[in-house]
Design a protein around this ligand. Sequence first.
Ligand code: ZN
Length: 522
Amino acid sequence: MSAFEDAKARWAKIADLAAALSVLHWDQATYLPRRAFAARGRQLAALTETLHAHRTDPALGQLMERCGRELHGVDSESDEARMLCVAQRDFERARRVPAEFAARLAAHQSVGYVGWARAREADDFASIVPVLERTLEFSREYASFHPGFSHVADPLIDHADPGMTVARIEPLFAELRAFLVPLLRRIAERPKPDRSMLQDAFDAGAQIAFARRIVESMGYDFERGRMDLTPHPFMVRLAGDDVRITTRIGEDDLSDSLFSAIHEAGHALYELGIAPHFDRSPLGAGVSAGVHESQSRLWENLVCRSRPFWEHHLPQLQRSFPQLRRVDAESFYRAINCVEPSLIRTESDEVTYNLHVIIRFELELQMLTGELAVRDLAEAWNERYRSDLGIEPKGDSDGVLQDVHWYSDLIGGQFQCYALGNILSAQLFAAANAARSEIAEELAAGQFGSLRGWLLDNVHRYGRKLEADTLIERATGAPLRLDAYRAYLQRKFCDLYALDVGSPASTDATSVARTDLGSAFQ
Ligand code: ZN
């Protein structure tokens, strides 16, 4: 057996162990009885330790060195060369994290998750503070294993979005903010569309059935996945042919469950579209959290919150929910795109969404640098919502406890992907439409084949073969930038709110004070 074949067998085993770990996580988030959490914590810790030992086995390191010699002269863009390159980077990264730390962290994360669920139910951030303080220590400790970065958050960001750093993200977010704040201020002066049609009693079973139909029409294959209910929707890849999604049902709000399912199905299409021969290899996963998020947000917003989508799909929705029979497509389109500062990130509109993300990103940095103590986090959170969005959480559960990330993972690198994904979603959608003119016509007819095909060819099939920056550059002909996203939001919301597109929509980043926005909504 060649060294490369030998290494491939080892990578496959690592992938299988990682998948088994994901099954335990999936089960914990869906069906695990509450009193079984401690046992699950032990199981996760044991398997994490085993996985870590395989990932960092010195024999694997030596084997990969032999592979390097074996592949000498092979095209550096070949599957083999890329597989080895990505595997070596993973190996180096894993080797820096001591096995004992990984096991300790896994056990802590399990405690964190159940603690979060309890604290959220009891609306009590104080009860989880000691756990979160430990998480912050874990996060700093993790960062310390990866020297050579210029900011303490960089190793944590790089883990989710390889190649991204605080230095790259901060100016991009400043530019984003400088564009969004004036747009939001102008929208706030306009009359609000009527959203009441979305807030009615909607049968849960009918909601699940409709969401299943929509995600199936997008191309999600229920023979290669399933959809379950969780308070915090997610997607998980358990194998190339087992990519699962979850959603949640709000019986008095139609849009939440529907768009959650579409969002997660967008993630799932990415994983399901990765070239089958990358399965159980280092390339068999999405390349970064930001690119992943671009896929979910592209389907959720650019496709499924569009006018043509609802001109086609509203009659189907009306058959499922007769109370909507008098609603016309234009009113429905306006209702699902209503811009209004709200407390919950995952339910927020496209204009305010990124402000939720920027708040979290900045709070993470402040905690990591020691500028903000964990015990003061809830207060800092509420203060930012007051100043940035002009609203204040009623309690911790719709404030600092709403997202699971910090409580089940580390602090740092958890949120930038959502805004990066938004920016990229528009850049990719524009490139897809430029390359395949039939996409628009198909979307209006409720068909997604050409769009899905373009995404498959230009994004999905590569898995981790291309770096995120290379993938973006090749798919869109440019590096990640704000232009397409800015143009998209401007076009859509200036039309929706009858605003003059020509008005200044961008202001110098530094001239936009946070309080400017708050006052517009008070
Ligand atoms: Zn997502």
